[in-house]
Design a protein around this ligand. Structure first.
Ligand SMILES: Cc1ncc(COP(=O)(O)O)c(C=O)c1O
Length: 429
């Protein structure tokens, strides 16, 4: 339907033809390995996104490697574990010597089990003083989230030489459902000076200042304002961080809101990098810029494949009932529209169509858009950009978890089978 000769591509949301061909090829192969619903994930698109950011940062004067000849501020990408908790992805990332950001005990244990060195693990997130004290790894990077966390973790942090940071709640952060309220994360600006003083007096290793604004930050100016605010807080507290951790938040590519707005419409990577270059001048003594992008890095690294099981038509709406959908596999479809492809390709007359999952919830609707009437039971649909926040939010509502295929330079393989009855029922004592 995206590229039939008689119908120009419309539902591909501007994805380049090579991207569409890449996924169609992998999906055809994956369908020979596993029943649907299934996710197909690949390292290649992640490597491309990272290279794009690298290019922009290097062009703006940041550096990837330390150099005596040309000293510059270094940058590091921390993999946002929670965005895409896929074991082969972690291994693939770790094999490149890259570091990982975790926000829970399970994630930290997984990172250690996969062989990440403690100094290549950054622990973020709220209320971690309730589980982090069990860990005695030296030189973990830990961004503190509250005064209570600081008090509880300080003895451990000193004992194990943890490299501490402070997360600041900037004025740019608010509850997305009610902009009048702040989020629950980080130190309020007026708590920061006292926290830094306490850490310095205790001779703890405090090196990092951190913020994470929110998902899909829509413009460079929002980061710029947050950076100015954080720089002023550091100046007032006479604190010179070695590392500036600006979290994630870069918007996903070629994803639309349900009302049709392009998420990254106003966001330019080059101007982002240039703005960063200017803003870091407000942080004297800074050595490293840290980034923890989830969506931007991994959204394009996966697709969800579902099969049409039944077709209905009532009150002017065609409905495709599929074996996967929003409830089980794609909660993000509640607020996002993604490109949708059909295998085999279908064209011809279109009609308003809902793509529904198999659960007994009217809510279970992956997409509603004009689609070719030639789509029929037995066809497969590919929901693109499923590489971020799909697995963490999958459910087992009536049905089990989908299969997962992973692709890298070793080829494509099933890395998680579709959930069996035994696995579905086994956790109960
Ligand atoms: C501390 C932190 N860093 C990074 C991320 C990744 O965010 P995104 O996927 O919007 O880039 C999140 C997401 O919630 C976060 O809380």
């Amino acid at each position: 339907m995206s590229a039939t000769p008689e119908k120009p591509a419309r539902l591909d949301f501007g994805h380049p033809p090579e991207t569409l061909q890449f996924w169609k090829r992998l999906v055809r192969e994956a369908l020979s390995l596993s029943p649907t619903p299934l996710y197909v994930f690949s390292g290649e698109p992640i490597a491309e996104r990272i290279a794009e950011v690298d290019g922009a940062l290097i062009a703006a004067g940041f550096s990837q490697e330390p150099s005596e000849r040309k000293p510059a501020i270094l940058f590091r990408h921390w993999l946002s574990f929670k965005t895409q908790p896929v074991r082969p992805l972690l291994r693939w990332w770790q094999a490149q010597g890259r570091p990982v950001e975790v926000v829970s005990e399970l994630e930290l244990r997984a990172a250690l089990a996969e062989g990440f060195a403690p100094e290549n693990i950054l622990v973020n997130g709220p209320a971690k003083h309730h589980w982090l004290p069990h860990f005695n790894q030296r030189q973990l990077a830990v961004n503190l989230d509250s005064p209570a966390e600081l008090d509880a973790l300080l003895p451990q942090a000193k004992k194990w030489d943890w490299r501490l940071g402070i997360r600041i709640l900037t004025g740019e952060e608010f509850d997305p459902e009610n902009r009048g309220f702040p989020t629950q994360f980080g130190f309020a600006p007026d708590e920061v000076a006292a926290a830094l003083e306490k850490l310095t007096r205790a001779q703890a290793r405090v090196e990092t200042i951190h913020f994470h604004l929110r998902a899909n930050v829509s413009s460079v100016q929002i980061y710029e304002r947050a950076l100015a605010e954080v720089a002023e807080i550091c100046r007032a507290a006479s604190f010179r961080p070695l590392h500036l951790d600006i979290g994630g938040g870069l918007p996903a590519r070629r994803v639309l809101t349900r009302s049709g707005k392009v998420l990254d419409g106003e966001f330019g990577l080059r101007s982002f990098a240039q703005m960063l270059r200017q803003s870091v001048k407000r942080f004297p003594g800074l050595r490293e810029l840290w980034l923890e992008n989830g969506r931007f890095v991994s959204a394009g690294s996966g697709v969800l494949v579902v099969k049409v099981l039944d077709v209905k038509e009532r009150r002017g709406l065609r409905q495709l009932i599929c074996d996967g959908g929003r409830t089980l596999n794609a909660l993000t479809s509640l607020w996002e529209q993604h490109a949708l492809l059909a295998v085999p390709e279908r064209g011809g007359e279109e009609t308003l169509t809902s793509v529904c999952g198999p659960t007994c919830m009217a809510f279970d609707q992956l997409a509603r858009m004009p689609l070719p009437r030639s789509l029929q039971a037995g066809d497969h649909l590919i929901w693109l950009d499923a590489g971020a926040y799909h697995l963490p939010w999958e459910t087992r509502f009536s049905h089990g978890h989908a299969a997962v295929c992973w692709h890298d330079d070793q080829g494509l393989r099933v890395v998680r089978e579709r959930q069996s009855f035994e696995n579905f029922w086994a956790p109960w004592k």
